[in-house]
Ligand binder design. Structure first.
Ligand SMILES: Nc1ncnc2c1ncn2[C@@H]1O[C@H](COP(=O)(O)OP(=O)(O)O)[C@@H](O)[C@H]1O
Ligand SMILES: [Mg+2]
Length: 481
């Protein structure tokens, strides 16, 4: 049996602020094996999901979680990166997970997956602590999605209106503009608080997102939980869970929260690493079954609270590798989300940003939250764009002669105005009303009268005058000049 002197407990507990509960010396285990990231320990009888700390002879200590067991052997995964552990290192149960800092003061901060600050704005005030437990809301008690949320993006607001409490997938390959779009939403949405989960991104991207895409203004009403790709898989997993927890915290205080998770695919990959390391057999494309259980578990946490409470509207980005929408993660995500927005590489290459593929995107709750004529208008736009696309080759080689098909004539005439409507400069936001007015204008404007200004700024003007429209630093809303 390993004897654990009181000094060691104090030293470790002081250093890491763990609450080590050691009822009996038997609770101390010993490391017997380590392969890759998986550690095997004997002598601890902890349930799966429990936390412990592994301490070696040199006093190095790392946090770990029990991810499985086999008879007397417990499998542990580190929460942080390990720089070497010896056989025989001590394993102590801890209570760290119930010690997350939570509260209003998280606004404007960047934290990691275990709630410690990554920015240099000083330590977090430990006013209120929170446990990590998932609070299940009876689905029958949730307030229905019946109100639109302004996300600040014209094409989304008018053509795939998002409802408060909706969960949407943002499907795209890499480099098509997901992060930029999330950044625009953070700055221009009317939501009270934005919680951004940056999971498994490159470290450089995390910094870029915070410094350039969000900026000082965007960060003010945002909480960023970041876990870059080089973090241990457990840390990445926890960052996604913590972001959801923070969103729930504000929702439970009656706020309308926008949760942006970038990306769900990296979350699934982190779970894949953990599950494979713990010995779970792979099933679909190398993903073990537990991955497909983890996705709904995370996604179901977003949504509305009970009647009268706040809401968590969530966007989850899904990487479609090689722009393949058939990836098992994309499939599984699409099935459980209430809508998806697809970013198209072809549009991005044409310089249409945000590169939203209107035809392929859908908001499943839109019929419940907008009037019948707005819905009909959105469907009309899809019809026109789809007609244009299927005849595009004919049109571009000049094989189509005007007048043969009135519907196609209309599609051709409207196409430039509709593309202008989709385009939105990085520094400008469009609220719901502006979005509808501009869409109306794009659908009715004669191709020759682009100079006649409508009541609300036209998409064309929005583009041309992008430089002139500035952010009001007080409200963080675009100002007309
Ligand atoms: N709204 C936009 N306006 C102009 N350029 C954009 C816009 N969105 C994306 N881009 C271009 O696309 C690149 C990749 O965007 P990013 O959001 O980082 O992609 P992803 O997160 O999908 O990998 C950017 O560096 C930028 O050059
Ligand atoms: Mg990105």
């Amino acid at each position: 049996m390993i004897e654990l002197g009181p000094n060691l407990i104090e030293r470790v507990a002081g250093k890491f602020d763990f609450d080590i509960f050691q009822q009996s010396p038997q609770a101390v285990g010993r490391l017997t094996r380590m392969v890759g990231l998986t550690m095997e320990a004997v002598g601890i009888e902890l349930s799966v999901g429990h936390n412990c700390v592994v301490i070696d002879k040199d006093g190095r200590a790392i946090e770990a979680e029990v991810v499985g067991f086999d008879n007397d052997v417990s499998y542990l995964m580190p929460v942080q990166r390990i720089d070497g552990m010896q056989p025989g290192a001590k394993v102590l149960p801890t209570d760290r997970r119930s010690a997350l800092v939570m509260g209003e003061h998280l606004c404007g901060r960047v934290i990691n997956g275990i709630g410690r600050p990554l920015d240099d704005k000083g330590p977090l005030d430990e006013l209120s602590r929170d446990d990590f437990k998932i609070q299940h809301i009876n689905p029958l008690h949730r307030h229905p999605i019946d109100e639109p949320l302004d996300v600040g993006i014209g094409a989304i607001n008018a053509l795939m209106t998002v409802g408060k409490g909706q969960r949407i997938g943002l499907f795209a390959g890499s480099g098509v503009g997901k992060s930029m779009l999330l950044g625009m939403m953070t700055r221009f949405t009317e939501a009270d608080i934005v919680v951004v989960g940056l999971i498994g991104e490159r470290g450089r991207e995390v910094k870029e997102f915070i410094d350039h895409i969000l900026g000082e203004e965007g960060l003010k009403k945002a909480v960023v939980v970041a876990s870059p790709a080089d973090d241990a898989p457990l840390m990445r997993l926890r960052a996604a869970q913590l972001a959801s927890r923070v969103a729930e915290y504000f929702r439970d205080r009656g706020r309308n929260v926008l949760l942006l998770m970038d990306s769900l695919t990296r979350y699934a990959q982190a779970q894949r690493e953990i599950a494979l390391a713990a010995g779970e057999p792979p099933a679909t494309k190398g993903y073990p079954p537990s991955v497909f259980a983890r996705i709904p578990e995370l996604v179901e946490r977003a949504g509305n609270a009970e009647q009268g409470g706040g809401s968590v509207t969530a966007f989850y980005t899904v990487l479609t590798e090689g722009d393949d929408l058939q990836d098992p993660i994309a499939d599984s995500a699409r099935a459980i989300l209430d809508g998806h927005i697809v970013l198209s590489r072809a549009l991005a290459e044409e310089g249409v940003y945000p590169a939203i593929d209107i035809e392929a995107s859908i908001s499943r709750v839109m019929p419940n939250i907008v009037s019948a004529d707005k819905l009909a208008q959105a469907q009309n736009v899809k019809r026109l764009l789809s007609l244009y696309r299927s005849n595009r080759d004919l049109i571009t080689i000049g094989a189509y002669s005007k007048g043969s098909d009135p519907a196609l004539d209309e599609a051709i005439e409207r196409h430039p105005a509709l593309m202008d409507f989709v385009r939105q400069a990085l520094g400008t936001g469009r609220n719901l009303e502006q979005s509808w007015v501009q869409l109306q204008h794009a659908l009715t404007r004669k191709s020759a009268d682009t100079n006649t200004a409508p009541a609300a700024p036209s998409p064309l003007r929005g583009q041309h005058e992008a430089g002139k429209r500035t952010l009001n630093s007080a409200t963080n809303k675009p100002q007309e000049t």
